[in-house]
Write a protein that binds this ligand. Structure first.
Ligand code: SAM
Length: 345
C-alpha cells in the first residue's frame, strides 16, 4: 500500500528489531524476573525498577511502536505525504446504505483523551487515521498481523444457519470481512466510533464487491435499539480498549442486539493468573498507550455476563498462530482469549 524503498527498509528494520526485543530481550527479562523471587506483578515491577534489562525492554517496546507510526519513515508521515490521493480514495461514492456516519455523535472521553497505540490524534482526529491503522495492523512485526487470526476466530464463532450479525468495534473492517467472506448469507452490521476507520471499511467492502455488510457509526457501549434480532454479536480487540463502565455497557449491548438463543463471542486479551505474564501485559498497556488492559484483567467478566442475563459463559485461551507455538512462554505474546456466552432461548 505504501511504496518506496526507504519506507519499506525502515519498517523492515523496526520489524526485525521488534523480533529481537520480543525474543532475546524478553527471555533475558524473564530470567531477571525469576531471580527476584517476586510473586505478584506489582512486586516484580518494584524489584526490577532501575534494572538495565527492564529499562531496555521498556524503552524498545515504547519507541519501536512510536517510530513505526511517527518516525522519519513512519506510517503517519508516509500517508500524510499523499493526503490528496488518499482523500480522493476515501471520498469515492459508495453504494446506498453501505455507510452511515453521525457527525453529531458524542465521542466518549476515554476515546479522545489519549493517543491509543501512539496514533497521533487517536482513531478519531485525523481523516487519515483509519488508513494509518490499517497499514499499521498489516505491518510485519505488528502484534495483530498474525496470518489468518481473524479468519480462525470467524470459523470458531460461526454456526450453521446464522443470518444476522453485529460486529462491535469493527475498526476498518478487518474483523468483519472474514465473517462476510465465510458466509455470504450472513447480513453483518459493523459498528464503530471512528469515522476515519469506518470510511476505510466501507471503501474496502465496496472494492471487494461485498453486499452483505454495512457499517454504522455509533457508541457500542450504549444501547443500539435499531440493531436487534442478531444471531451473533461479536467484538475483536475491543474490550481491552474500554474503561470498566464501558465494558459493562458493551456487554449489555451485545446481549440486547441478540435474538433469544443468540451467541455473543469476543476475542481479546485476558492474562492468566501468572505474575510474570500479568507484569508484562500491564506494562504493555502502559507502553502502548492502552490504559485499560489492566482494569479489564481485573474485571470478573463471568459475573458481569451472568448479571446481564447471559448463560453458558466461557472464557478459553485462543491460539493466535496456526499451528500454535510449541512453547508460549518462549517469546513475548499477548494473552489471547475468547469470551463467549449465550442469550437464553
Ligand atoms: C483494536 S480496534 C479493533 C478493530 C477490529 N475489531 C479489528 O479486529 O481489527 C478497536 C476498535 O474499537 C473501536 N471502539 C472503541 N470504543 C468503541 C465504542 N464504545 N463503540 C464502538 N467502537 C468502539 C475503536 O474505534 C477501534 O476501531
Amino acid at each position: 500500500m505504501i511504496e518506496g524503498r526507504e519506507f519499506q527498509a525502515y519498517q523492515a528494520f523496526l520489524g526485525t528489531s521488534r523480533e529481537v526485543w520480543g525474543r532475546s530481550l524478553f527471555r533475558a527479562l524473564r530470567m531477571r524476573a525469576d531471580r527476584t523471587g517476586a510473586s505478584t506483578p506489582e512486586d516484580i515491577e518494584a524489584a526490577l525498577t532501575g534494572d538495565a534489562i527492564y529499562g531496555a525492554f521498556d524503552w524498545f517496546e515504547r519507541n519501536l511502536q512510536d517510530w513505526k507510526l511517527n518516525g522519519p519513515h513512519g506510517i503517519f508521515p508516509a500517508i500524510a505525504a499523499d493526503t490528496a490521493r488518499w482523500c480522493e480514495w476515501l471520498d469515492r461514492p459508495l453504494p446506498d446504505g453501505l455507510l452511515s456516519l453521525s457527525s453529531d455523535l458524542a465521542l466518549p472521553d476515554y476515546f479522545t483523551r489519549h493517543d491509543i497505540h501512539h496514533m497521533p490524534g487517536g482513531l478519531w482526529e485525523s481523516p487519515l487515521a483509519g488508513l494509518v491503522y490499517r497499514q499499521s495492523a498489516g505491518q510485519a512485526g505488528g502484534v495483530v498481523s498474525k496470518p489468518g487470526l481473524h479468519e480462525r476466530f470467524a470459523a470458531l464463532a460461526l454456526r450453521g444457519g446464522d443470518e444476522r450479525m453485529v460486529d462491535l468495534g469493527c475498526g476498518f473492517g478487518k474483523s468483519t470481512i472474514p465473517f462476510a467472506r465465510a458466509n455470504d448469507k450472513l447480513s453483518i452490521i459493523g459498528v464503530d466510533l471512528s469515522a476515519p476507520c469506518l470510511r476505510v471499511a466501507a471503501q474496502d467492502a465496496a472494492d471487494r464487491g461485498l453486499s452483505n455488510v454495512r457499517y454504522v457509526q455509533a457508541d457500542a457501549a450504549k444501547p443500539l435499539p435499531a440493531l436487534t434480532g442478531a444471531d451473533i454479536s461479536t467484538s475483536t480487540m475491543l474490550l481491552h480498549e474500554l474503561p470498566p463502565y464501558a465494558v459493562h455497557g458493551l456487554l449489555r449491548t451485545a446481549f440486547d442486539v441478540l435474538k433469544p438463543g443468540g451467541l455473543t463471542i469476543h476475542l481479546d486479551f485476558l492474562p492468566p493468573d501468572d505474575a510474570f505474564v500479568r507484569f508484562i501485559h500491564f506494562g504493555h498497556g502502559r507502553r502502548n498507550n492502552e490504559p485499560f488492559m489492566e482494569p479489564l484483567a481485573n474485571l470478573d467478566l463471568r459475573r458481569i455476563c451472568a448479571e446481564i442475563g447471559f448463560v453458558d459463559v466461557r472464557i478459553d485461551d485462543f491460539d493466535e498462530t496456526d499451528p500454535p507455538a510449541a512453547d508460549r512462554s518462549a517469546a513475548w505474546r499477548l494473552p489471547w482469549a475468547v469470551l463467549r456466552a449465550r442469550k437464553p432461548d
